[in-house]
Design a binder for this molecule. Structure first.
Ligand code: X2X
Length: 336
């Protein structure tokens, strides 16, 4: 175990060091770390994170305290990713697709219509594809936890018209997260996508900067997007998940026993969050209908054909490379 300058300062007990064994100095240190995310406090992600923080504090006997900042309180996703890299924030959950601005390979799980169901998602993300992506994330200098948290299958909401056929995407002013894959996919559908961070989505819809957005039902509900949208078309056009990321130096500053406790509870909470989101889905359509959202289920075959004809799959296969693409196809079968 080494003592670096930062942990020296953290202890605030430098003078005592000369006479005190390192072990006991570290044992007396309280680590206070920040965890930021972009979702409302009522989303299962934050409910499970709160529970997890309490368990970590208990099991470390108060040596590790995690403060949670939901709803992009510390800044947009783009800003928070920078803060994570600099160490201003120690933990952050981020969609692999947005993370792809730093780690290009992390977008591969968001390929349109790649996953037919959750079984195929977890087979890939808890298997070789996930391991490959985590390796790429680590190469970028970030720490990543084993289990990816669920965002969900994404559905399109609009204020002007439901998406019933592929043609309904034409010129649709739709918000997409800040990520090349998202923009490319909706351009391939001949829509008019605008990149906007999630913390500005509600007001962008309210002020009609855009007419549409796409997100899983759990977010449409907890972020109250139904208040500023009229239709919800169940396209399931992509699955999305949140990697639980850490700042490298902050992580390495933790004694090994604390690292183990923190990682264990984060990974356990992620599994519970997955179950929560899946369980919510059935209920949510009913709830959102009572909030006056009008649902329809389009035939997605022709939408997928449109992506194929636009060269979406061949373009991204080339970008990700044959071996990464093969890892994806191992779980979901041949894609386009
Ligand atoms: O920005 C979004 O739409 C969100 C909340 O789903 C993500 O973090 C990708």
């Amino acid at each position: 175990m080494t003592l670096n300058r930062r942990s020296f300062m953290l202890t605030g007990a430098g003078a005592a060091l000369i006479a005190t064994p390192l072990q006991s100095v570290l044992a007396a240190t309280t680590f206070r770390y920040k965890y930021a995310n972009n979702l409302p406090a009522t989303h299962p992600m934050n409910i499970r994170a709160k529970e997890m923080a309490k368990k970590i504090e208990e099991e470390t006997k108060g040596r590790f305290k995690l403060q949670i900042f939901p709803s992009s309180q510390l800044g947009s996703d783009t800003e928070t990713l920078n803060q994570l890299r600099s160490g201003a924030v120690e933990f952050f959950t981020l969609s692999g697709l947005i993370l792809s601005t730093l780690v290009p390979a992390a977008a591969i799980s968001g390929i349109g219509f790649a996953f037919p169901n959750y079984d195929s998602v977890w087979k890939a993300m808890d298997g070789d594809l996930g391991a490959y992506i985590r390796g790429e994330i680590e190469k970028s200098g970030l720490v990543v936890m084993q289990n990816i948290w669920d965002n969900g299958f994404r559905e399109v909401t609009t204020s002007n018209r439901p998406i019933k056929t592929a043609a309904d995407f034409r010129d649709l002013k739709i918000r997409v997260p800040v990520s090349p894959l998202w923009t490319s996919m909706f351009k391939a559908l001949k829509a008019s996508p605008t990149s906007i961070n999630f913390n500005e989505v509600y007001s962008a819809l309210q002020t009609k900067v855009v007419d549409a957005q796409e997100n899983p039902l759990a977010i449409i509900q907890t972020a109250k997007l139904y208040e500023v949208q009229k239709y919800c078309s169940l396209t399931n056009h992509m699955w999305d998940g949140f990697w639980f990321l850490g700042n490298h130096d902050a992580w390495n500053r933790l004694p090994k026993d604390i690292q183990a406790i923190v990682a264990k509870h984060i990974n356990e909470a992620g599994m519970k969050e997955r179950a929560d989101v899946a369980g919510l889905n059935d209920d949510l359509q009913k709830k959102l209908t009572s909030e006056h959202l009008i649902f329809n289920t389009p035939n997605t075959g022709p939408i997928r054909d449109e992506l194929r004809q636009a060269g979406f799959y061949s373009e991204w296969k080339k970008k990700f490379g044959d071996s990464a693409w093969a890892l994806l196809e191992k779980s979901v079968g041949t894609l386009a």
